[in-house]
Write a protein that binds this ligand. Sequence first.
Ligand code: ZN
Length: 176
Amino acid sequence: MLRGAPTENSPDRALRVIVNGMICPFCRVDNDKVIDSRTSMDGSAIRRRRECLACKRRYTTYERVEEMALRVVKKDGNLAPFEREKIRRGLEKACWKRPIGAVEIDRTLTSIENEIYSQFDSEIPSSELGAIVMRHLRKLDQIAYVRFASVYREFKDVREFVDELEPMLDEANEGK
Ligand SMILES: [Zn+2]
């Protein structure tokens, strides 16, 4: 049960779900009203000033969004933290010498992240992660996509690589 007040086993950064009504830290009665709500200076928490309707004492609660501790499940089953910067480096490498600016890379990175966080809560298989990145890269720049795909997919032979590219080349030709 998460009830706002920190418990022994709640880690510091845990999300403390604040339901309507808090248990008063003084008299333990679950009957309060919110007097004031404001966002903390850095925007990471909402501070609420509450008054217990039973004992009339006042106290403060903070609502904080839990840090998204997404982890990547690697092929060997090991877990690694999801690192936004690592994805950025991958994108930059793929877009090397391509006419793609930092703003576009940022935008792509954000849409990649949005897709990831909308589909995965705590773990994402590295294959899924790679597939999502590839899908977005493909929309951004085809050369970058091919570069990324060739590294990521670890093609065993040229035939396999061509098979992968063919549907994309067909699409490109149809566009002409
Ligand atoms: Zn009270």
